[in-house]
Design a protein around this ligand. Structure first.
Ligand SMILES: [Zn+2]
Length: 263
């Protein structure tokens, strides 16, 4: 189940499961920020043409809704890889961000932040070893199985058991809208083999892929049992979400965050 929160003009979504466990997290809609069109208004990326002052104020507003210190943030330079890193202190924002598409921490003083605009955002939580993670999976990260890499890294570094993990798949381009060409669908067919039929729909000359299910299947294969999916399509809901495809490339990126702080 999804929970909708409204605070200070911002609107964000949470998973009821994580909320009940006391985990501060959120997928932030585009509402309540300061950026002008086409980034209106809670844009979290400086790489799309918006000013860094606007983005910083938007970040500040996001952190304010969670009553978190902005200085606790750690964000990466997202490059559609399967790389994930473990971070035990906030990022020094004066230095360049590390290229990574997955962040994991066991430190409650760190808030993990990522940016999205159609790609799949996934948060992870281990209540036993007390570890949280977040990853960014567009179609490339999905076929590279960053989901599996996240779970394996949490096992290897923190001793997590996959069966203890909670996973939440947030808003992204949905199976109704993620239309692909043969060069993309063939990679899914190859990588997901027998499961490919469950992910790929071919109808009337149109091929679509279900990225939510692809990530779910990869997480399940890695041993994760508790997986929630928000089932919110960013293209269908452009009034609330930035959508790279829906807005034809001229748009912002929305923020997602998770932390152990206070849990
Ligand atoms: Zn849609």
């Amino acid at each position: 189940m999804n929970l909708v929160q409204n605070k200070n003009g911002l609107k964000y979504y949470e998973f009821e499961s994580l909320h009940q466990l006391g985990i501060r997290h959120g997928f932030y809609t585009r509402l309540g920020g300061v950026s002008p069109e086409p980034f209106a208004s809670l844009n979290m990326a400086t790489t799309v043409g918006d000013s860094s002052e606007n983005v910083l104020e938007n970040l500040r507003r996001m952190f304010e809704t969670q009553e978190l210190d902005l200085e606790s943030r750690y964000d990466g330079w997202q490059v559609h890889s399967s790389t994930c890193i473990c971070v035990e202190h906030p990022r020094d924002v004066r230095s360049r961000a590390i290229r990574t598409d997955g962040l994991i921490t066991s430190n409650p003083e760190v808030t993990l932040v990522m940016r999205f605009g159609d790609c799949v955002p996934v948060v992870l939580y281990d209540p036993v070893q007390r570890v949280v993670g977040i990853y960014h999976a567009g179609w490339m990260g999905t076929v590279k199985k960053i989901a599996k890499n996240m779970v394996r890294t949490m096992e290897a570094v923190y001793g997590c058991k996959p069966g203890d993990l909670y996973a939440g798949i947030g808003p992204s381009i949905g199976p109704d809208h993620f239309e692909v060409r043969e060069d993309v669908s063939s990679q899914f067919e190859k990588v997901f083999a027998d499961d490919a039929d469950a992910l790929i729909q071919k109808q009337a000359g149109r091929t679509t892929i279900d990225l939510w299910k692809a990530n779910q299947l990869t997480l399940e294969a890695a041993g994760v049992k508790r997986i929630d999916i928000m089932e919110i399509c960013t293209v269908c809901n452009r009034h609330e979400w930035f959508s790279h495809r829906g807005d034809r490339g001229r748009t912002g990126r929305f923020g997602a965050m998770i932390t152990l702080k206070g849990s």
